[in-house]
Ligand binder design. Sequence first.
Ligand code: SAM
Length: 291
Amino acid sequence: MSFGISAKTRKLLKQHNIVLKKSLGQNFLTDAHVLQHIVDAADLDEESGVIEIGPGLGALTEGLAKQARKVVAIELDNRLIPVLQDMFADQPNVEIIHADALKFDFAQLITEKFGACSQVHVVANLPYYVTSPILVKLLESSLSLTNIVVMIQKEVADRILAKPGSKTYGSLSVFAQYFSEPSKVVQVPSHVFVPRPQVDSMVIKLSIRTVAPVPVENESFFFQVVRASFAKRRKTLLNSLSSSLPFHMEKTRLEQVIHSIGIDPNCRGEMLSMNSFAQLSNVLLRERDGG
Ligand code: SAM
């Protein structure tokens, strides 16, 4: 089966005289099982709307269109647009948009195109170079999404899924886990792509939270404190915060404040749970604002 898709991909590329661009992260998925795994993980039904980022030659789009009410696929490479339009010409529930997902207004798209859908999902086999900026953009812009199912580099997936105390736990873990509940769907070997990428991949699902998991008084300040806590990973929490907080605070006062909420100032940032980060940022916010 995977052989069939691989042959189809090569045939389409040849037919349209398309040479794949490494700079656009064009590694096309050719395994029917993995494609189906991705579609199934999104939990689509006949009322679902799907935003697909980077449809490539439509391998994933096809499966999504069978299960969803509407699929809007956003592709940056203009050479692929006529191929995709031709491919889905007789499927009115698929719309192809030529745009850069990094600059795209997803909120407007949801309002304009998915009014008739009860839930909206994002599904993508993301080019590696845009993974983090696209996920950050989707998560922090309060879009009314149900879930995001993405294939990304395994190394980034590990960071998103990481728990406190692990080496891969960092600001991306806290960020992703604050806005969603991430889970692993499947690990994907490099040989199922054309061409074969240099890194291993993983499909993860981010189930979007409707309520914040911890009480945070100021979200942007919370993420500044999280980033400052991980800024100097080899240093203690106190030293990392002391040199990276976005406002000045005497080190002795900072130490007292960290202590006052039951956190050891000499631990590393990677030991803090999301709840501890919330407490820390709330108390530091009061210090900053002179309360
Ligand atoms: N979905 C296809 C698959 O699974 O085989 C292709 C995936 S390939 C890894 C990534 C696709 O994203 C390519 O088609 C590439 O042209 C497109 N792409 C790259 N950067 C993009 C961007 N900023 N916005 C939209 N699409 C982009």
